[in-house]
Design a protein around this ligand. Structure first.
Ligand code: MG
Length: 332
């Protein structure tokens, strides 16, 4: 099979700020395997960028074989070529799924036996001034759940202000921004704002602190940062309520499915999230989203120059289409 790729700069509608960083553009790499298309959205936080993605893709070029249906062995070969580099691997995995669907004339969700087509997603409110965060919620009205970024000094006021302007569900993501003491103190206050869950309150790695936080708050605690693939999951059994899977962290749809099963076996709930990525990555994740408990697929809604369109957004829900493969159309 023939591999091609090109980079593309996504432009954010407004700067996207979390507790450790702020960006206004994001370089992604589109991966084409014959008529299949995938996307790699690398994060420097996980040691990847446009250059590492392209270098990894070159390593993968001779491992693709002739038959997209041999996806399991192809992905095994790719994994054995290089560790990590999960967004580059996701680019290959997504392109192969798109290609298989197109060759068989079936949408990927149908290939996987998934029949539910409506997926409620959260919409992310990045860190900003309190006034601007309230405006962002009002401008994005119609969502059933908002994910509010926290993990900074005045975040309690931010959440209070967001709660003032919406009755929708609110989930929080501290992106490692608190320490144990701060997390315990703030979560106690946050409970009164009817919070659905909190993602990554503290730095990953300290399982005992995580367990203490979970025991001292009614808000369910989810882990995200550095939880990459299925083998990272069992350690969180009894220490967290759930995990956040992202295609760009785990290497694609194939591994994400393994993670969903692993998490269930470990009595952990499952959230499916995303990076800043275009409709290629979001539509790929949406194909398996009916299998999880919480969906946070909004990366494509935050950009102004998406070259593709995928599922339709209606009343805060993605509606999967019946187009073959990942269900994508190129925007003219
Ligand atoms: Mg997160």
């Amino acid at each position: 099979m023939n591999l091609k790729y090109e980079s593309f700069e996504l432009k954010l509608k407004e700067p996207f700020t979390i507790s450790r960083s702020s960006i206004d553009t994001k370089k992604v790499v589109y991966v084409r395997i014959d008529e299949g298309i995938g996307e790699a959205s690398p994060s420097t936080y996980y040691g990847e960028n446009e250059g590492t993605v392209k270098a990894a893709l070159e390593l993968f070029r001779n491992e693709l074989g002739d038959d997209p249906l041999e996806i399991e062995s192809t992905l095994e070969k790719i994994n054995s070529r290089i560790a990590g580099n999960f967004s580059a691997k996701a680019g290959i995995d997504l392109a192969l799924h798109d290609l298989i669907g197109k060759r068989l004339n079936l949408p990927v969700h149908k290939l996987l036996g998934i029949t539910k087509k409506e997926i409620e997603t959260s919409y992310t409110i990045g860190l900003d001034t309190i006034k601007r965060m309230q405006e962002k919620v009002k401008e994005a009205s119609g969502f059933l759940v908002y994910k509010v970024k926290v993990g900074v000094e005045n975040d309690l006021k931010m959440v209070e202000a967001v709660r003032e302007v919406t009755n929708a569900k609110i989930r929080l993501d501290a992106n490692c921004g608190w320490d144990l003491k701060e997390a315990l103190k703030k979560l106690r206050v946050l409970e009164k704002f009817d919070i659905e869950l909190i993602e990554q309150p503290i730095q990953p790695g300290n399982l005992e602190d995580l367990r203490i936080i979970r025991e001292n708050t009614d808000i369910p605690v989810y882990v995200d940062e550095w939880l990459m693939t299925s083998k990272d999951i069992p350690q969180y059994m009894g220490k967290a309520d759930g995990i956040n899977i992202k295609l760009m962290k785990c290497g694609g749809i194939r591994e994400a499915l393994k993670m969903i099963h692993t998490a269930r076996a470990c009595n952990l709930k499952v959230m499916l999230g995303c990076m800043i990525e275009s409709s290629v990555g979001i539509s790929a994740a949406a194909q398996i989203a009916p299998l999880v408990d919480y969906v946070d697929l909004d990366g494509n809604l935050l950009i102004s120059n998406d070259p593709y369109s995928g599922p339709e957004l209606k009343n805060g829900k993605w509606i999967l289409n019946d187009l073959p493969g990942l269900g994508l159309k190129q925007v003219q």
